[in-house]
Design a protein around this ligand. Sequence first.
Ligand SMILES: O=C(O)[C@@H](O)C(=O)COP(=O)(O)O
Ligand SMILES: [Zn+2]
Length: 213
Amino acid sequence: MTHPTTDPTARLTDDVIALGASLFHRRLTFGRTGNISVRAGEKILITPTGASLGALTDLSVIDTTGQHIDGPKPSKEAFLHAAVYRARPDANAVVHLHSTYSVAISCLDGLNPDDLLPPLTAYYVMRVGTLPLLPYHAPGDLTLEPLAQQTAATHKAFLLANHGPVVAGTDLAAAADSIEELEETAKLFLLLSGHPTRPLTREQADRLRAGTR
Ligand SMILES: O=C(O)[C@@H](O)C(=O)COP(=O)(O)O
Ligand SMILES: [Zn+2]
């Protein structure tokens, strides 16, 4: 993508708008669901509350405590995004979606809440890793903040029960890659339900995580 401006904030805003449109038009989220943020120096740019990711025009500005600094009223999950940035100095982007298969997994009973999905493919292990479930809280419930921050310190992705995925990345493209991989793996998991399945072994997954193949 080419940018007519060299202003980093304007460039990041363009990137969030483009990513929101791409995710929305591929039905990875719908209606006015989901939110996207990106780190811009000391500040965070985040989608406004009540916005469709398919029709973003401008972004809100918050700080790393989640406080509103500038622009339209931020996403009600601003506190959650801020918690992830505090926990993960390497994270420069956070995406939350209501992608259908991931939401389905977030509603399933009987899965291991410390790691919901088996390592079905190498790409899932590399892009997502382990996937914990955070207990149900209503959207925007600030009491989720400490647990979200604690979980994000050791996991780039987690699932909000009966709600949807939250994924961090080193940049917007990495966060998008990971949340799309999570959605496809959730779909595979449900497609394979009832079929004898052979996920990667623990040794195979550990080698991928260690980068030794
Ligand atoms: O599920 C919700 O209500 C929020 O988590 C959400 O996805 C959209 O909320 P806003 O970002 O405040 O629009
Ligand atoms: Zn949501």
